[in-house]
Design a protein around this ligand. Structure first.
Ligand SMILES: *Cc1c(COP(=O)(O)O)cnc(C)c1O
Length: 482
């Protein structure tokens, strides 16, 4: 059993360093004359005075406090928490990649540039786009980059009326936020009862002020937009462009490409689809791809290849400029490149088949215990806690807390916003049969507990160091000592 009590490193007994190893004074006398004494710091650093083993134990203990995919099932809908293969960690640890500086001259980093060039070709082939930038540091940053390409396109054509970005009411919050940040006015498009774009509502929202539409497919209801061709045609006829939010791409890998559906630009969340670690806010990667006609606006510099020599091209007069320092999170992109190489087309196809099968396996077994939208889900599904709330006073939040005590991570809750008391479940392709069964059992347990012992759920979780934080306060006023 894990002890949840963790001392701050500052509160550990200050043992003054390990005297048998790295003794400061002995070390100084041993290397006497090897360094310029004038460079020595005069004051002692204000660091805890600990031995190496104390530090290692401290951080090793801390590393066990979090729940991750390596602890148990983590079905966080929309986030695609798939397992990160360890071989990719070996590859990025190779000093030929790991020991580079981003400011090294191009001719000294040809291997890394070649890898990025290969990765660009992979992503173009998988998405049906013509070019990619690797600068964006996450999906949301990719969205901002993508809608800025759309803005640049209209500006370049002197089509200044186009100030509106269409966003479905089921969209991830980052979509309207990115559009607003890029200066667009957000116009919401309604969803049907089945959770797909309401075509009549879409038609009524189109006009010569529309710059484009942001859409994810399958959407955040886990439904494939079967009208996607018509949606793209309508927006294009109105003079707008189509932006693909790639967060749900895992469901359709190698089955259908956003470029063929009619999208003009896309972002990919490599930490979702291509198994790179989710980065607690970064550093991550959200590559953005586009069709040829938008490529001149991509952030600069752009990677180019001439006669087998790779270099960065800064001569891009129409570029929207830099979106971040240097050239993207190369160590993250190396992992996604390696993942795609290892999986191959067949492996990626199978991954999306497994992602959809796994979600449907759980859905079929738990659906009678909860309310849920009609229809067949893809890689993720939604169940709603409305019945439990109305009949027993137990909310989705209470059930999510109860799931923690069943040894699994709760799913995404209260999203999408258009489903009351929503729980959005995405087991991903890498979950085991045992893990899927554990999830089924956990969901059925909390549904039964809601009926039979609601008080227990209202108090859950009982065994965690922090039980029910004020989520806004916890995010805004971090207290790491609690
Ligand atoms: C995760 C997600 C995003 C944002 O991506 P980040 O990489 O977390 O910034 C956007 N849209 C959808 C649908 C998502 O699930």
């Amino acid at each position: 059993m894990i002890s949840y009590k963790t001392d701050l490193i500052f509160d550990l007994p200050q043992t003054g360093g390990n005297r048998t190893y790295f003794d400061h004074e002995r070390l100084s006398s041993n290397i006497e004359g090897w360094y310029d004494k004038a460079l020595l710091r005069e004051e002692k650093l204000d660091f805890p005075d600990l031995s190496e083993i104390q530090v290692v134990r401290h951080y090793t203990n801390l590393s066990t406090k979090n729940f991750g995919v390596e602890n148990g099932p983590y079905p966080l809908g929309s986030c695609t928490m798939k397992y990160n293969p360890k071989v990719n960690e070996d590859i990025v640890a190779n000093p030929a990649f790991a020991r580079l500086h981003p400011l090294q001259p191009d001719e000294t980093v040809q291997g890394t540039l070649k890898m990025l060039h290969l990765h660009e070709q992979q992503l173009c082939a998988i998405t049906g786009m013509d070019a990619f930038t690797f600068q964006p540091a996450a999906g949301a940053h990719g969205e901002l980059t993508g809608v800025m390409l759309i803005a640049a396109y209209h500006r370049d054509r002197h089509d200044d009326k186009r100030q509106v970005m269409l966003v479905p009411d089921s969209a991830h919050g980052t979509n309207p936020a990115s559009a607003a940040m890029a200066g667009f006015v957000v116009r919401e498009v309604k969803s049907t009862a089945a959770g797909t774009v309401d075509m009549e509502d879409l038609k009524s929202k189109l006009g010569d002020d529309v710059a484009g539409m942001m859409l994810t497919n399958p959407n955040t209801m886990g439904r494939f937009e079967t009208d996607i061709k018509e949606i793209c045609d309508l927006v294009h006829e109105a003079g707008g462009l189509m932006y693909y939010d790639g967060a749900n791409f895992n469901a359709i890998l190698l089955h259908v490409r956003p470029g063929d559906m009619g999208f003009d630009c896309v972002h990919l969340n490599v930490h979702k689809t291509f198994s790179t670690p989710h980065g607690g806010g970064g550093p991550g990667a959200g590559p953005v791809g586009c069709k040829d006609f938008l490529a001149c606006y991509l952030p600069k510099p752009v990677l180019q290849e001439k006669d087998g020599v790779y270099s960065w091209d800064y001569d891009r007069p129409k570029s929207i400029g830099r979106m971040r320092s240097y050239n993207g999170s190369t160590a993250v992109l190396l992992r996604s490149c390696a993942y795609i190489l290892a999986m191959g087309a067949e492996g990626l196809y199978d991954a999306s088949e497994a992602a959809v099968a796994n979600a449907n396996y759980i859905f079929t077994k738990v659906k009678d215990h909860f309310d849920h939208p009609e229809g067949k889900p893809m890689h993720e599904f939604i169940i709603a806690g409305t019945r439990q709330k109305d009949e027993y006073g137990v909310s989705t939040l209470d059930m999510a807390k109860g799931l923690i005590e069943n040894g699994v991570h709760p799913p995404t809750v209260y999203f999408p916003l258009i489903v009351h008391e929503a729980m959005m479940v995405e087991p991903t392709d890498t979950e085991t049969r045992e893990g899927l069964d554990q999830l089924v059992e956990a969901f059925i347990n909390v549904a039964e507990e809601a009926k039979e012992n609601p008080e227990k759920l209202l108090e859950a979780p009982h065994n965690t160091p922090v039980r029910r934080p004020d989520e806004v306060k916890a995010a805004k006023e971090l207290d790491l000592k609690a």
